[in-house]
Ligand binder design. Structure first.
Ligand SMILES: *Cc1c(COP(=O)(O)O)cnc(C)c1O
Ligand SMILES: [Zn+2]
Length: 617
């Protein structure tokens, strides 16, 4: 073991407070200054690092985070916890460059890390330090990505990991953290509430506190090292970075400075920080020339990964931007989602919304001459899009569903249904009409708004759904019309055997809901009733009773999901039912309406009819 220890006796680095300058012993704290609660930073004995640096290996060994081990404040190399992070690709993006007006544009794809985000680089150092400190358990607050990353590293370090996230965190990130074995707790509050609570938990239970602290910065420096190496030991003019807590941009700046100070490079880049408009406290402080960050009470943005309202590393981030001669700007959610799509279409890099912030900033930066068209520009694509697919689906149409026949494929291609344009995040709430339009007018509108031509048959079916909306007294917005179209394109063609004429539900606070339905099977009328825990259940159970009393087909309802399309009181809902018959045929059916019961009935009827048609064929 001894041979693996570095500089025995005296340490080759120390922790100090960035505000009051106090030197802090690791035994006292590895997170915040015991005197003034400000963030800490690591100061190295660079002569020591320099004397040990193996330049041959630095220039010739393959690129990955572990190759820069000499630059990390790790003392016992036997305890390093690594998942082979880093070594992520740096792409030369010609098509995106042409579109945005930059001739030398690069993207560092940090989504290629083990858990899909750059935080793995920091978790490697942080969990190695936790092992050195003899930690018995880890705790961490997160908007999701930190949770997944720290949980993964805690798992291979064989340490229990307590994770606190704001309620409603992106499902992919929670699934990741839970799978790695995290003890996950959702907090009814913001990220900052979760953050405060983990600090208390760590003191009370002596858990090792992980998160955006000094050791994480050390690990995340390697992004800068790799960019330099991948540009053949050249330093880019500009690096554009999404900012949340501000830790990562500080880490990049530290990395670029270290290579510069060691004489490995001869210049420094300008760092540009980007935040979403719904949470941009660092940008605001920069633009107002202030040192102090004014917290955002209730962050409101699609970029959940950067929704940190009170970023403690804001001062470090401001310093990085100012010292480097860069700037800061914020972008709207609509622009960010557009950039996310652009990046995926032109360069096949799928990022979560926060990862698209630098791409969104390209055009305004060029337009205001803060970056020149021929400068070498590197954008950090910070996180993988698979972590939060729902946000991307907001601006993507749900694909049409067809019967498995080549005629249906012909129709799909002839009508160019794949060209349906989504309402997007920008103008989805625009009202299109409040009264039922004529069939011709509806087709016209669909063509201008969504870029597809409906057949008379499809137009007729869409009109039926439009009537349902209008009769409920709801103005039809662009987003509503999108869901109507999608539902139309997924529904059974032609008349089905089952039709619902009407239904009636009663429900009370303390009892079960009761429902009656009037349906027809093949023209034969029938009344049936059912009960359930809620109105939807009751109606579905009445419909099931009607269906089975006819004994036509046996089926099971195996899944039922409701999605609210856009938040708000008059939002429309989309229901999805999955039915399965005795032969194992599975049918997915959807319905959409401002009324959840109506949407469920639509889905049920459609599913039943599809299953019926399937069994006849
Ligand atoms: C954490 C994170 C950020 C922001 O990094 P900070 O260090 O909090 O500024 C940006 N993008 C993604 C995907 C992240 O997970
Ligand atoms: Zn201090």
């Amino acid at each position: 073991m001894k041979s693996q220890a570095r500089k025995s006796g005296s340490r080759f680095y120390e922790l100090y407070c960035i505000a009051c300058g106090r030197r802090v012993r690791e035994e006292e704290s590895t997170t915040r200054c015991p005197s003034c609660r400000s963030p800490l930073d690591v100061r190295f004995d660079y002569d020591y690092i320099h004397s040990r640096l193996n330049r041959y290996s630095l220039r010739n060994s393959p690129i990955k985070a572990m190759k820069y081990l000499d630059f990390y404040p790790i003392e016992n190399l036997n305890l390093v916890v690594s998942l082979d992070e880093g070594g992520t690709p740096l792409y030369r993006c010609r098509r995106l460059g042409e579109t945005t007006g930059f001739s030398r544009l690069y993207i560092k794809n940090e989504g290629a890390n083990p858990t899909g985000v750059f935080k793995d680089r920091g978790s490697m150092v942080e969990l190695s330090k936790a092992k050195e400190h003899g930690a018995k358990a880890i705790c961490v607050a997160s908007t999701g990505n930190m949770a997944a990353s720290v949980a993964a590293y805690a798992s291979i370090a064989m340490l229990p990991c307590y994770v606190l996230v704001p309620e409603g965190t992106a499902i992919g990130k929670m699934a990741q953290a839970l799978s790695y074995g995290a003890r996950l707790l959702q907090i009814r509050g913001t990220y900052n509430d979760a953050f405060r609570l983990t600090e208390e938990m760590s003191e009370r239970y002596h858990f090792y506190l992980a998160g955006d602290y000094a050791f994480r910065v050390e690990g995340q420096k390697s992004q800068a090292f790799e960019i330099i190496e991948q540009l053949d030991w050249q330093v880019p003019a500009v690096v554009i970075v999404p900012m949340g807590f501000g830790t990562n941009i500080a880490a990049l700046w530290k990395g670029f400075k270290e290579f510069y100070d060691m004489g490995l490079t001869d210049r420094l880049p300008r760092l540009i920080g980007v935040q979403p408009e719904g949470c941009s406290p660092i940008v605001a402080a920069f633009n107002q020339g202030q040192e102090k960050i004014t917290p955002v009470e209730r962050p409101d943005t699609i970029c959940s990964a950067v929704a940190a309202g009170d970023p403690l590393d804001g001062p470090k981030a401001l310093r990085a931007i100012r010292e480097s001669g860069g700037c800061a700007l914020s972008m709207s959610d609509g622009e960010i989602l557009e950039a996310q799509q652009l990046l995926a279409r032109l360069e096949s890099i799928f990022v979560e919304p926060a990862g698209a912030l630098p791409i969104a900033a390209l055009q305004p930066l060029l337009a205001t001459a803060r970056v020149q068209a021929d400068e070498v520009v590197v954008c950090l694509a910070t996180g993988n899009g698979l972590k939060d697919p729902r946000s991307a689906l907001r601006v993507l149409p749900s694909p049409a569903a067809i019967e498995p026949s080549i005629q249906e494929v012909d129709k799909f291609l002839k009508l160019k249904l794949y060209e349906i344009r989504a309402a997007g995040a920008k103008n989805g709430d625009r009202n299109l009409f409040t009264e039922v339009p004529s069939k011709g007018a509806l087709s016209e509108l669909v063509n201008t708004e969504f870029g597809i031509r409906l057949t008379p048959d499809y137009a007729q079916r869409a009109l039926g759904l439009v009537e349902d909306f209008v009769n409920k007294g709801k103005p039809v917005t662009k987003a509503d019309l999108q869901y109507i179209l999608e539902t139309t394109l997924k529904r059974a063609s032609g008349e089905g055997v089952l039709k619902v004429e009407d239904f009636q539900v009663t429900t009370t606070l303390h009892g079960q809901a009761q429902a009656k339905v009037w349906v027809s099977f093949d023209g034969e009328r029938l009344e049936s009733s059912g009960a359930g825990v809620g109105p939807v259940d009751a109606v579905i159970s009445a419909l099931k009773a009607a269906a089975s009393s006819r004994g036509r087909i046996f089926f099971e309802l195996i899944d039922y999901q409701v999605a609210i399309n856009a938040p708000g009181t008059d939002a429309s809902v989309e229901t999805t039912l999955v039915l399965k018959d005795a032969k194992g045929n599975r049918i997915v059916a959807t319905g959409t309406s401002p009324d959840i019961i109506v949407a469920s009935v639509q889905a049920f009827v459609d599913g039943y009819n599809l299953l019926w048609a399937r069994q006849q064929s």
